[in-house]
Design a protein around this ligand. Structure first.
Ligand code: CMP
Length: 137
């Protein structure tokens, strides 16, 4: 089942020079392709839409601040079961609980600064792809 998903490499990943490492892990999965990729700085309005489900949670404001603290890399990945697959490559939200071998498990310690976002379902992927890459067909 070929799918498309949105990935964000968060400001910590860009600041720490981990873009190549993380993009490389995605590229090396057989048959997966990166079909769009851009370095950009996010504005508050985009983040409010992206994180709408988290409004009111204690981590929401610091998260929105953090996501504006430097450039991010937004990319589109396509391939066999790529939505579930990139979530597996990323590991769970808390990097300390994430297994070694996963992106968060190998490089993260702080839950907010967990390096990568990846859409969690086909519905989220569709919504997020429209938000970040509105020109995509
Ligand atoms: P992600 O799962 O990509 O999207 C929601 C983000 O909120 C999550 O990554 C973390 O960056 C952040 N987040 C989630 N839970 C917490 C928490 N308990 N404390 C701080 N940040 C969090």
């Amino acid at each position: 089942m070929t799918q498309r998903t949105l990935v964000l490499l968060k400001p910590d990943a860009v600041r720490r020079g981990l873009v190549g490492e993380i993009v490389g892990r995605i590229e090396r999965k057989a048959g997966w392709r990166i079909t769009a990729l851009e370095l950009r700085t996010l504005d508050r309005a985009t983040l409010e839409q992206h994180y709408a489900e988290h409004v009111g949670r204690p981590f929401y404001e610091p998260l929105v601040e953090f996501m504006q603290s430097g450039p991010i890399v937004a990319l589109v990945a396509e391939g066999e079961r790529v939505i579930e697959g990139i979530r597996t490559l990323a590991g769970p939200t808390d990097p300390i609980a994430a297994a070694p071998g996963s992106i968060r498990g190998d490089f993260g310690t702080i839950t907010r600064e967990n390096l990568i976002h990846a859409s969690d379902s086909e519905e989220s992927a569709e919504r997020e792809l429209k938000l970040f890459f509105p020109g995509l067909v």
